[in-house]
Design a protein around this ligand. Structure first.
Ligand code: NDP
Length: 411
């Protein structure tokens, strides 16, 4: 009897099924060994439950307990990195998409199981106020749109997770903080790198005093800008980008020096290598700076030397030179494959740490936890984002004037 015919007869008693399994198994064994079937056989192994194994990560929340996220702007970063990461979180789920391209929005919604009622355009976004499936609005728009959309989301009564840089000006950042505070909603700026396992380990080592006092930091971030690509087109326009390579990727050197030292710089000096208006690829002038170098002096005595460029091949590295150890994060802030090499007197070590893509999951779950526990996020608070913008503005001032510029304390 074929298996299908057997099932069709309706024979379903466990013993009968086990017997058939045993028969099939013994027949196969007998055939394989050349024996005749029919001798006494050991009982067939049965599937049986076991206690919960030691879990590498706690179980995720059930779908109805997870916070619902609406993603505003279905561009390169949202689609390639953050939407897949949302699915790996413990506390979050995608419940809405907001886009200026209805066809793309419908396709993305269908792929992620978002119902038609969760598809919004920029024009009908405000009805999200009544959408009880949405707790958090994630703003992944060009930089100059962050402030207005954060305010709009807060007015709709939603918590806001906003991409870096927080906004273009300090005044915009303050408006964002105020809007969320007025609405009684949380705000987090999406700084992923401190959640990246190699960066997190470097932070831990430095805070624990394992490397001694930090003397110097060298941090470089660069990649070629290609204004022909949609995701780079707005980056070449001051009106949408707000700043150049510093706002886009140099911010990782700046924020990295802050989280590695645990301090805020007190003074900056800077030089434009390629100021705004310099020719870009193909000779066309680009609105924003494409190359800038700066130093930051920290109150504990450390100095950070940083560069940021839109005209050299991918570099994303941070090196900390401290009293008793040198920590090289190279790459430091890639989406995947970051490394940490620690050099001490006795030699070099490369600790084996978790995969770098956990940084996305980490920042998303951190915001969800902060909301649940009614506390500020441990990283990426509004004031932290504001202070980076304040420092970047001082770096531009130093580059324009050629003079050192003091940085006022974070407030
Ligand atoms: P993209 O250009 O790929 O996506 C931006 C999306 O914003 C567009 O696809 C579009 O979505 C929407 N949009 C609305 N208005 C405009 C406009 N006037 N011009 C262009 N796009 C518009 O950019 P990215 O995804 O690379 O960057 C988006 C944000 O994310 C930036 O703030 C950037 O700094 C940040 N980012 C952060 C990273 C990180 O590692 N944390 C990495 C990369 C980016 P739609 O078509 O759906 O309307």
């Amino acid at each position: 009897m074929s298996r299908r015919a057997f099932v069709a007869t309706g024979v379903s008693a466990g013993a009968a099924v086990a017997g058939v399994g045993a028969f099939a198994g013994s027949a196969a064994r007998a055939a394989a060994s050349g024996e005749a079937a029919g001798g006494a056989l050991p009982p067939a192994p049965r599937a049986a439950g076991r206690p919960m194994p030691e879990l590498e990560r706690p179980l995720a929340d059930s779908p109805e307990r997870r916070l619902g996220w609406a993603v505003v702007g279905l561009g390169d970063f949202a689609l390639n990195h953050m939407l897949p990461a949302l699915g790996r979180t413990r506390h979050c789920r995608l419940t809405a998409v907001v886009s200026g391209n209805a066809e793309k929005a419908r396709a993305v919604a269908a792929a992620y199981g978002v119902p038609a009622s969760g598809v919004y355009s920029y024009d009908d976004f405000d009805r999200i106020r009544d959408d009880r499936t949405v707790d958090v609005v994630y703003v992944v728009l060009p930089n100059a749109l962050h402030a207005a959309w954060t305010e709009r989301a807060a007015r709709a009564g939603k918590h806001v997770f906003c991409e870096k840089p927080m906004a273009v000006t300090e005044a915009e950042c303050r408006r964002m903080i105020d809007a969320c505070a007025r609405a009684g909603r949380r705000l987090m700026i999406a700084y992923r790198a401190p959640f990246e396992p190699h960066n997190a380990e470097a932070i831990r080592m430095l805070r624990a005093g394992e490397a001694g006092a930090i003397r110097e930091i060298v941090a470089d971030h660069g990649r070629p800008l290609d204004p022909e690509k949609p995701a780079d087109r707005w980056r070449a326009e001051a009106a949408l980008a707000g700043g150049g390579s510093l706002y886009d990727i140099g911010i990782y050197s700046l924020n990295g020096a802050r989280y590695l030292t645990g301090e805020d710089p007190v003074e900056v000096r800077a030089t434009y290598r390629k100021p705004p208006g310099s020719p870009g690829p193909g000779g066309r002038p680009i609105d924003v700076e494409q190359g800038i170098a700066w130093t930051m002096r920290f109150p504990g005595g450390a100095v950070a030397h940083c560069t940021s460029g839109y005209d050299f091949q991918n570099v994303k590295r941070i090196q900390v030179m401290a009293e008793r150890a040198s920590l090289a994060l190279d790459p430091a802030t890639e989406y995947e494959g970051n490394r940490l090499i620690v050099t001490r007197e006795r030699g070099r070590e490369e600790p084996k740490l978790g995969e770098s893509s956990l940084q996305f999951v980490g920042e998303l779950d951190e915001f969800a936890s902060a909301i649940r526990e009614n506390r500020e996020p441990r990283r990426g608070t509004g004031p932290e984002g504001l202070h980076d913008v304040r420092i970047m503005q001082r770096i531009y001032e130093a580059a324009r004037t050629g003079r050192p510029v003091e940085v006022p304390p974070a407030r």
